[in-house]
Every structure is written in C-alpha cells, then in structure tokens.
Design a protein around this ligand. Sequence first.
Ligand code: ADP
Ligand code: MG
Length: 233
Amino acid sequence: MNAILLQADGIGMRFDGFQALAEVDYDVKENSVACIIGPNGAGKSTFLNIITGTLAPTAGSVRFAGHAIAGLPPHRIARLGIARKFQIPSVFPTMTVEENIDVALWGGRATESAAEMLEMIGLSTRRQTLAGDLAHGEKQWLEIGMAIATGPKLLLLDEPTAGMTPEETRATADLVHRLSSRCAIVAVEHDINFVRALDADTLVLHQGRFFRRAPFAEIEADDAVRDVYLGRR
Ligand SMILES: Nc1ncnc2c1ncn2[C@@H]1O[C@H](COP(=O)(O)OP(=O)(O)O)[C@@H](O)[C@H]1O
Ligand SMILES: [Mg+2]
C-alpha cells in the first residue's frame, strides 16, 4: 500500500460571498493515478488552483510530503514537487522536441536522460522536429514530458485531452499510466472518453462539494452521478 502524498482536509473557497468549494476532503497516494470530474462550475479548477498555490483556500488545510502547503506561493509549492500542465501548451515552438526536454531537465530533479524521457512520451522519432511543427496531441505529450522532466512527486493535469482525436486521447491515458511509475498523477477532465480510458480512482465534485469517490466503473454505473451530469439535480 502506497503512502499518502497529498492530504486535503475541509477545503473551502469563498469568492466575494460565493462559495465555490465547501468541506472537500481528498487524498492522493504516491504513484497513484486519479481523476476529478464534475459538471462545469463544480469547482475542479479551483481545487487544483488551491493545491498549486494559485489560490489560498478560505478554509481547510493541505499537507503534501510532510509540509503544510495551503496558502504558500506557487513557486514554493512547485519546488516541493508539484507540477502542473495547463490546457494550453507552453512549449518553445522554435526549439526542437529534444531541446525542449533538455531545457526542462536542466535544474530539475529527474535522473533520466532526454532520450529516456522522449521514449517514455512516445516522441523519440520526433526529437529533431521543431516543437511548433508538432501535431496538437504531440505538443501536449511534450509538455507532459517537460513537466515530468522537472522530477515532480505529483503531476496535475487540467483537461489534458482537450482538442485531441480519439486515438490521441487513448494514447494519453496509456501515457498517464506509464508515468505513474515515477510520480502520482491527478487529472481534471471533462472528456468522459479520456476518463473511461484512464479507468482510475475518480472523485466527482458537484456544486463545490464532494459527491462520490470510487473506481470509474462504479462511477459510470451510478445513476446519481448520471443525474448530476444531465442536470437533473
Ligand atoms: N476568481 C474567481 N472569482 C469568482 N468566482 C470564481 C472564481 N474562480 C472560479 N469561480 C467560480 O467558482 C465556481 C467553480 O469554478 P471552477 O473551479 O472553474 O469550476 P470547474 O473547473 O469545475 O468548471 C464557478 O461558479 C466559478 O464561476
Ligand atoms: Mg475548470
């Protein structure tokens, strides 16, 4: 059984009188794969923003690898080992794929070579290609590789498969499972095809609150979850 890496307790977030999150408890084990889903406005991005330090919660605590991190500035949380990949790729378009990975490895904690990183993200044959010339999905994988190259203990992905083809979406789910040999990964995702392909532990948020947490197969079979998605409650 893997140890707990991240533990959030009683998280609340109030924006000018609007309660975006309330009483959310969550934990992430080392080298686990997990998913957070919920309808638009459920509080998913707000929750990620609290974990990365972009937002300070108005209630609750977050412990990560032995540190109390709620309210710390993002650069300090990043240094403790939490990396985040945003929806919009931020690769260096005029550098090659390999150079992008080299930049990310530089100063990071990862011990593998750029060649090993490229193999892992499935871009070995594209290493001399300019990052700006990659297909949309490949660009996302490169950015995931760059995040991993910094050697995080936890990688957060916000809608990693937005704009991807069905094949790219499935390949991304496989990639996430491969990456869990080196860090824990939590993906926030709207695309149910990715969540199904990932087939992982899934937290459902609804109106800023905990709704369900279970393996995806159980979540998918849950009528109450379906009602939430169809707006029936
Ligand atoms: N900075 C902010 N100021 C005010 N309200 C916000 C802010 N950020 C998010 N919200 C509100 O909080 C709720 C949750 O938003 P968000 O976390 O982005 O949801 P999700 O990512 O699940 O779609 C929404 O109602 C949103 O309008
Ligand atoms: Mg969001």
